[in-house]
Structure formats: structure tokens, C-alpha cells
Ligand binder design. Structure first.
Ligand SMILES: CC(C)(COP(=O)(O)OP(=O)(O)OC[C@H]1O[C@@H](n2cnc3c(N)ncnc32)[C@H](O)[C@@H]1OP(=O)(O)O)[C@@H](O)C(=O)NCCC(=O)NCCS
Length: 395
């Protein structure tokens, strides 16, 4: 791979003098077999399998296997993974205590608690510094398994409810739903949680995956990479957008207000949360799947008004801004779905992280195999050389 700028170019310049790709737009940072985002075709593929087919026929465990090992598992392999994941679900009691103390504090975002909890979790894994590929795979399985328990414990602690121990007879998604809500899911809710986790499992080189692989490229451990992923996902331009969407729906209130709200926001150059994407220039396929899921779950929950408002926003945005490539992304309908499942909106992004932990660890492992530290450049536009003025003489 050649450098973006030839060796001869000195990266000291006047502002705007040397072109560069702000936000690394369109810059490939490596090769990957994990997932492919077709931004113009509106397709998402995990290692050759369309997201639509995986949501319909697969399970989160199977998708996790696919991402980690680059193939669909045989029956016995899927059973073994499921068994291993179940055996790893519990978290140390000190972590429950930490979550119980931090999560209910006013103003502490659950993603901050999750970040701290996953970081603390590393201290209980004696293999953290073990770099053998098989041990890294087991670390990945432990992280993916335990992060669901962490997220559920945070959700319960925020509401002052007792944290629940995992139930071994339930699938990863079913058990996660149970630990979050306190009720074992029926088939509909178990499948819905599975679809949510599958849809969030991976998305090529997004900001949080980039953060995770950058940390891993220094040969820091997998837990550190996942913590970096959580930190990046928290922002409202990335995973935090789903929470903002619900805030927007509540602010809009009724269908009659949609058009005015959007016009006001767009004229002030504000962002419409859940819209726009760096890669997709048409509808994000995950949004399409979630919209279909939203029909049934809003009917069951009696929250059809959220879906109606969301679809009105979608219609107005498509008519006015569709040609500019601003279409719904994954976060637009996921908020409606999760809120209709009875989940409070600050927990939406941690649930995203539970799904994405598969992608973070799979990519971190993949890049590590042929590792090179990420070390791009800034173009220096500051003064080249200035005399040092003693402190008392400075104006
Ligand atoms: C996702 C996002 C960060 C991508 O950013 P990006 O690739 O850097 O895109 P840009 O910020 O360069 O936007 C390009 C143009 O589209 C507009 N645009 C992009 N997303 C928009 C949105 N959600 N609402 C209003 N305008 C938007 C920008 O204002 C810009 O217009 P301009 O060319 O007239 O200045 C951006 O679309 C966004 O902020 N979306 C809302 C947050 C969100 O839903 N994030 C979840 C992503 S999965």
C-alpha cells in the first residue's frame, strides 16, 4: 500500500494547501473478510451472507461464529460455541457492585458505566496478555458473552431493580432479553432481540471498529480494543444517535408538527438523528428490516404513534432531501423498536454495543494476524519556528 502523500511532500503547510480526506472519507485502511457495505446498492453482507438472510434464518451465535471464524458453523460447532458462551455469562460479583454504585447516579450515561465495567472485567481475565490465536478467540467469546450481562445489569440498576443471573436454557438473545426485562421472552421477542443483535453485529470500518483495531494495532489487548470501541460508539454521530431519535420523536409530539420541525431543523443546519451515512447514499438495509419489525412490536405495545411519526419523518425527508443522499440509517427505527420493547432510551446504545462486540473483536483479531501499527499523519499548519519568550515577558 502506498502512502497518500509521497515521501517528498513535507507535511507542513498553510491551511488548505495540502488536500486530505477529512474524516478519512473513502480511505481504505486494510483488507478484511468480515463484512461489506454497498453504499450505493443499499446492501450489507457478513462474510458473503446478506443481512436479510441472516436475520431470517440465522441466530446471533451463528453470526458471531461467522464473523470470528469466517464460515458458518457445523451443528456441533454451533452447539460448542453456545455452550461456551453460556458458561461465560456470569460476571464477577465485584462488577455487579460497581455497576450498582455507578449506574443509578444521576447524569451518568450507561455507556460510561459499560466502558468502566468492561475495563474492570479485564482484571478478572488472567489470559488478557496471552496472544495465542486460540486464547484470543476465547477472550472474544468471553467478552461477547459477558458484555450482555453487564448491559442488562446496568439497565436493572438504573431502574433500582435487582440484577438477574443469566439463565442457561435461553439463547444469547433470549437470555439478554430476560436479564434486561425480568421476563423470559416468547418466540416473538426472542427473535426480535436476535434480529437487533444480528443487525448491530458488524459494519465494516465504522468509527468504533476503527478505534478498536487502532488500539489493537499497538499490540494492546483485546479488552482495551473493546473499551475503545465502546468509547467511540457512545457519541451521537455514531451509536448514540438511536437515543437522540427517540428524543426527537418525543419533541415532535404529533404528526402535524413533523414538517415544521424538519424545516426548522434543516434551515438551522441541525442534524436529523437517524439520517445520513458516510457510506450509504440510499436507505440503510438495516433500517428497512427494523421498520418491518417495528410494525408488529408497536402493534403489540400500543406504540403505533411512534412508528407513524417516524414514517412521516421518513417521507418528508425522502421528498425533500432524498436526492442529497440523506436517508434513514440503522438508528432511525431501532429506537422505536427498543422503546416498544419497554427499554428506556439511554440503554439503546449499550444494546448496540452488545451486538457490536462481535464485530469489534473479530476485526481486532483479523487485523492483528498481519499487524501494522496505525500511524497516520496530521498536516502541520502551525508556526514552524518561534522564539521562546520567557513567561514573565509574554503578553
Ligand atoms: C452519519 C453522519 C455522521 C455521517 O457524516 P458525514 O459522512 O461526515 O456526512 P457530512 O456531515 O459530510 O454530511 C454531508 C451533507 O449532508 C448533510 N447531512 C448529513 N447527515 C444529515 C442529517 N442527519 N441531517 C441533516 N443533514 C445531514 C450535511 O449537513 C452535509 O450537508 P452540506 O454538504 O450541505 O454541508 C451524518 O450523516 C450525521 O450526523 N447523521 C446524524 C447522526 C446519525 O444518525 N448517526 C448514526 C449513523 S449510523
Amino acid at each position: 500500500m502506498t502512502n497518500t502523500y509521497s515521501e517528498e511532500i513535507k507535511l507542513i503547510a498553510k491551511p488548505g494547501e495540502i488536500p486530505y480526506a477529512k474524516g478519512l472519507e473513502g480511505i481504505p485502511i486494510g483488507e478484511s473478510t468480515k463484512s461489506f457495505v454497498d453504499g450505493l446498492g443499499g446492501r450489507l453482507v457478513y462474510h458473503g451472507h446478506s443481512i436479510e438472510e441472516l436475520c431470517e434464518k440465522s441466530s446471533y451465535e451463528e453470526v458471531f461464529y461467522l464473523l470470528l471464524y469466517d464460515r458458518l458453523p457445523k451443528e456441533s460447532e454451533l452447539k460448542d460455541l453456545g455452550r461456551l458462551m453460556r458458561s461465560y455469562r456470569e460476571i464477577p460479583s465485584e462488577l455487579y457492585d460497581l455497576i450498582a454504585k455507578q449506574a443509578p447516579r444521576y447524569g451518568v450515561h450507561p455507556m460510561s458505566v459499560m466502558r468502566t465495567a468492561v475495563s474492570a472485567l479485564a482484571a478478572y481475565d488472567e489470559t488478557t496478555e496471552d496472544d495465542t490465536p486460540s486464547e484470543q478467540c476465547r477472550q472474544s467469546i468471553r467478552i461477547v458473552s459477558k458484555i450482555a450481562t453487564i448491559a442488562a445489569a446496568i439497565a436493572r440498576a438504573r431502574l433500582g431493580k435487582p440484577m438477574l443471573s443469566p439463565r442457561a436454557e435461553l439463547s444469547h438473545a433470549g437470555n439478554f432479553y430476560y436479564m434486561l426485562t425480568g421476563s423470559a421472552p416468547d418466540d416473538f421477542y426472542a427473535e426480535l432481540m436476535d434480529v437487533l443483535l444480528i443487525l448491530h453485529a458488524d459494519h465494516e470500518c465504522n468509527a468504533s471498529t476503527f478505534a478498536a483495531v487502532t488500539v489493537r494495532s499497538t499490540l494492546s489487548d483485546l479488552y482495551s480494543a473493546v473499551v475503545a470501541g465502546i468509547c467511540a460508539l457512545k457519541g451521537p454521530l455514531h451509536g448514540g444517535a438511536n437515543e437522540e431519535v427517540m428524543r426527537m420523536l418525543q419533541a415532535i409530539g404529533s404528526l402535524d408538527n413533523v414538517e415544521r420541525f424538519l424545516e426548522d431543523a434543516m434551515s438551522q443546519k441541525l442534524r436529523i438523528h437517524g439520517f445520513g451515512h458516510r457510506v450509504y447514499k440510499i436507505m440503510d438495509p438495516r433500517a428497512d428490516i427494523l421498520r418491518r419489525q417495528a410494525r408488529e412490536v408497536t402493534r403489540r405495545a400500543g406504540t403505533e404513534h411512534w412508528l407513524e411519526t417516524a414514517e412521516r419523518i421518513e417521507k418528508v425527508m425522502a421528498e425533500k432531501y432524498g436526492q442529497r443522499g440523506i436517508w434513514p440509517n440503522v438508528d432511525f427505527f431501532s429506537g422505536v423498536v427498543m422503546a416498544s420493547m419497554g427499554i428506556e432510551s439511554p440503554m439503546f446504545t449499550p444494546i448496540f454495543a452488545v451486538g457490536r462486540s462481535a464485530g469489534w473483536t473479530a476485526h481486532a483479531l483479523e487485523q492483528w494476524v498481519d499487524n501494522r501499527i496505525f500511524r497516520p499523519r496530521f498536516i502541520y499548519i502551525g508556526p514552524e519556528e518561534e522564539p521562546y519568550t520567557p513567561i514573565r515577558e509574554r503578553k
